[in-house]
Design a binder for this molecule. Sequence first.
Ligand SMILES: *[C@@H]1O[C@H](CO)[C@@H](O)[C@H](O)[C@H]1NC(C)=O
Ligand SMILES: *[C@@H]1O[C@H](CO)[C@@H](O)[C@H](O)[C@H]1NC(C)=O
Ligand SMILES: *[C@@H]1O[C@H](CO)[C@@H](O)[C@H](O)[C@H]1NC(C)=O
Ligand SMILES: *[C@@H]1O[C@H](CO)[C@@H](O)[C@H](O)[C@H]1NC(C)=O
Length: 711
Amino acid sequence: MKPYRNPTASAASTPLLLLCFFALYLLTTISPALLTTTSPSPYHSLFLSLSSNSSSSSHLRRLTRLPHISSSEANSLAASYVLSSFPFPSHSTSYSVLLSFPLHRSLSLLSPSSPPVHFSLTQIPSPSDPSSSVASLAVPTFHAYAHSGVVAAPLTYAYYGRVEDFDTLQSLGINVTGTVVLARYGMIFRGDIVKNAQDAGAAAVLVYSDYEDYAKGDTFPAGQWLPETGVQVGSTLRAQGDPTTPDWSCRAGEEECERVDKEEIVRKGFMPGVPSLPISGKDGEELHKAMGGQVAPDNWQGREGTPVYHLGPGPGVVNLTYMGNETLRTIQNVFAVIEGKEEPDRYVLLGNHRDAWTFGAVDPNSGTAALLELAERLSKLQKKGWRPRRTIILCNWDAEEYGLIGSTEWVEENREILTSRAVAYLNVDSAVHGPGFQASATPQLDSLLIEASKMVKDPDNPSQTIYDSWISSSDSGSVGRLGGAGSDHAAFVQHIGVPSVDMSFGHGFPVYHSIFDDYLWMEKFGDPMFQRHVAAASIWGLVALRLADDEILPFDYISYASELKRGAKTIEEEAAGNSVRFSPLYKSIEEFRTAATKINDDKKALERKLWGVALSKDQSKLRELNDRLMMAERAFIDGQGLSGREWHKHLVYGTSKTDDYGSKSYPGINDAIGDAKKSNSSDAWRSVQHEIYRAARAVKQASSVLNGGLT
Ligand SMILES: *[C@@H]1O[C@H](CO)[C@@H](O)[C@H](O)[C@H]1NC(C)=O
Ligand SMILES: *[C@@H]1O[C@H](CO)[C@@H](O)[C@H](O)[C@H]1NC(C)=O
Ligand SMILES: *[C@@H]1O[C@H](CO)[C@@H](O)[C@H](O)[C@H]1NC(C)=O
Ligand SMILES: *[C@@H]1O[C@H](CO)[C@@H](O)[C@H](O)[C@H]1NC(C)=O
């Protein structure tokens, strides 16, 4: 469900810092020994040379013939296609989960001076687009898990629906209680827009795609931008995984399953308590015209030529009806396994989801096409004699769009085995939405990502590598962090602490989650030569091959130490002026840095030893070192989880409480500071101090894992 965001919402960048750490990494690790123990295997360069853009394009064409929402017949055909295309032993695992479908929707505008306007709530594809003939098979535009109800009330306008936007309305004296809030897409997770509106007292919510954000040029099929009837469908679930099985999973056909009931899910705020609908730019404009009251602030206005936006309430009154069906359905994850030769019980996992709101050419099947093409290359390596040292597992998830459900149920079901055996999880959701590589990772993988980016040519400028264009482009030249829950890495990182990566080409795409995300859009705008697909598979595969084949795991915790410190500084600023002390956290971060340096020294020492010695004798030492490298991330997991949202157990990276897409460092401290600022009680600030100590203890645990000795 990779969100489309406005360019202004891009994450902070630290290209310089990263460069420094990488330089340091090279200085500290290059030795003759390195050449024999961790140098790229000849199979790795062979992997790069075996790429095929015609294979990705034909997989994508097959996967995007029909709209294939989770649990539909079309999505099970897609599952069979993936199963039979994997050139390795493959299987599928099915779960019974709560999905949501629209039964009835209607929207009309009742203005005092003119007859009612009924909105069709239908996207209209161009007849010249081959997909248009089957577009009516897509699910009607809706918000999954929206509350069912009928509301007739005046409109208010709330910009991007963030907490600060409702604060602005309040400061301007606008009371949204009992009104229908009209908000724009583009800054935060839609489930949080609805939640924020509900908390402010709204009776219902309409979320539209403003031309200013989604139609900056010619619209599809003439250009890449969202047509005026385009609607962003999506989930409003504010939880990861099936909300009826919050910490566990229920396999399809299993009779005895504990389930939480719907009322409790709504009461906890995981499902909305007021109705909502997503609507088009055109319908949003109509509604703006019906509103009066104060003129909205300058930055809340639309693009040149659109009517002036007012805040309301009214006089326009809308009548909104939504009736949904929340129902248990069967979903299907598909896996292929390439068993490791030396360490079959160590897993390198690659994952992408398959289910799509519509055709899913970008989201997610560009990633599925890349995964299948990558698998074909691995199969060719295998025919030439390659066997990975560790086991590689290719995962194709279902029901990601509903709330990361397929991946989360699987992680919950396999929690203890994954905790003891998973080396890393490499996620690719939408592999390609345009030019420009971007990646996020847990920091011990930064240097490996950068190394891999130096091995692959930039598909948009073959005279240089991806590294050259990635690191040199100022607003994107950095590795982002994985605190956000925008895709299937969330359960791996935030629930069980597996080192992870998430990557793609492109920086958002305007037809996101609309009927226009189809093969023609990809062919014309996303990736006309399918060379970006190939490059995505190359980096993804190369990172996987290093993790699967290197004798010593290519993790570097020095970069982690610096990121821990950077995050601590940011969060300390949030608490500035209050009497909480961050020194316990800083102290444990310094110990962590020492431990990271020590394990790098241990790596070098072992490498030197391995250089001359028969490897078999040192397998147990190697295993011991690798286990320390693999398990350090797990130490950031706290059994109790974040207070009030216990599923989130990672104390260093997590979502923002008010934006599920937002990534925060030290989410527990962050939550506590937010509460303390609101109440400003000494008890609340004591909780902040408690959270600082708790994070400090987690960092300390990670240092002892890296050090590998008992006290
Ligand atoms: C907003 O309106 C509601 C109902 O109309 C009322 O109960 C509430 O007190 C109002 N809030 C403010 C801050 O005026
Ligand atoms: C709102 O729409 C519903 C469904 O179309 C209809 O039953 C109801 O009478 C309408 N209410 C008003 C106030 O127009
Ligand atoms: C809800 O969906 C289920 C199938 O998943 C179906 O059996 C049931 O009839 C639907 N309910 C309504 C009211 O349409
Ligand atoms: C593959 O790439 C070549 C060279 O860049 C290009 O000519 C060809 O059209 C591409 N194939 C597809 C299916 O896009």
